[in-house]
Design a protein around this ligand. Structure first.
Ligand SMILES: [Zn+2]
Length: 312
């Protein structure tokens, strides 16, 4: 994750609230983050856009003649919640190192828990839109399983969405020791599932460290593949280890289980995205992390998609 240009210092939540004292200021800031002075039509992509006069800024596209506000085509579209409240939510979610529950967020923002839950999911969705960098340093690859134990579930719920025969959902993780982590919810950890993902994201010739899990075996054809033999109680051999990705897994699991009491795998990727975002922005301060998030809000997640859509 690139460190964005430093923005007006919101070193604390009180500074943020004081600065964004009107909706207009929020809209202006969002427009700057999103378009950097050159508005683009969210409908047809035309850059021939006029600014209309009026208290609340609206735009008109010279191409398709559509009128729009800065919210259109972002996670804030068609939401009755004020941008001031949204900004506060983004700040709270990105500043909390371990995540924030919808119950806590609803209390902080004076909205219903249902609204807070929806806002959280939209914010996570935007976190997942963060463009990743290619992984080309020394990359640790590992898989993990998240979710409740079969025996803790009522009979009727068992095997629902079951993964790998364990009732758990699988996540594949790739961590560049000099850069970002990427993590994907996968239907299983078969070779045919994990290899294409690795090949798409990790640059050829890169040094990869894994354990001796069979699915990774053929990586040596295109990568400098090093393995530690966990089965033989070997965990570190010089620089060959998977300790960093395992550290990320424990952050993820503590967050998902501790804060979110994770139960459904339908939304797993979005929870994963939140922790990936947090990890990849770990060297940024809260102000920069906030600004970075608002650059990535273009993408809309509707309530319908969220509640009825396929797992995303
Ligand atoms: Zn247009």
């Amino acid at each position: 994750m690139k460190t964005p240009q430093s923005i007006q210092g919101f070193g604390s939540i009180i500074e943020l609230v004081r600065y964004f004292d009107t909706e207009e200021k929020c809209a202006e800031y969002l427009a700057k983050k999103r378009w950097n002075g050159n508005p683009v039509c969210p409908k047809c992509g035309s850059e021939k856009v006029y600014t209309l006069k009026g208290k609340t800024k609206r735009y008109k596209c010279g191409g398709c003649r559509e009128q729009f506000s800065v919210r259109v085509g972002t996670i804030f579209e068609a939401s009755p919640i004020k941008l001031q409240t949204w900004f506060l939510a983004v700040y709270l979610v990105t500043a909390h190192k371990k995540g924030i529950s919808s119950l806590q967020l609803s209390r902080d923002l004076c909205v219903t828990q249902k609204t807070a839950w929806f806002m959280l999911h939209r914010i996570r969705y935007a976190m997942g839109l963060e463009p990743g960098e290619p992984l080309d340093g020394t990359v640790e690859i590992d898989e993990t399983y998240v979710g409740g134990k079969e025996t803790n579930k009522p009979l009727s719920k068992r095997r629902e969405g079951m993964m790998g025969g364990k009732g758990k959902a699988a996540v594949l993780g790739m961590l560049d020791r000099d850069g970002d982590v990427v993590a994907k919810h996968v239907p299983d950890t078969e070779k045919k599932t994990v290899l294409p993902i690795i090949h798409a994201l990790v640059t050829k010739g890169t040094t990869i460290c894994t354990d001796e899990f069979p699915a990774y075996k053929s990586l040596r054809r295109v990568y400098d593949h090093q393995t530690v033999k966990h089965g033989a109680e070997e965990y570190v051999r010089g620089a060959i280890h998977t300790n960093s990705i395992e550290g990320f897994w424990s952050l993820l699991k503590r967050g998902i289980i501790g804060i979110y009491h994770f139960t459904s795998e339908k939304h797993l990727q979005r929870y994963v995205d939140e922790f990936v975002f947090r990890y990849n922005s770990r060297t940024m301060n809260d102000a920069n992390r906030f600004g970075d998030m608002l650059e990535n809000v273009a993408g809309r997640l509707t309530y319908k998609t969220l509640t009825h859509g396929k797992a995303a």
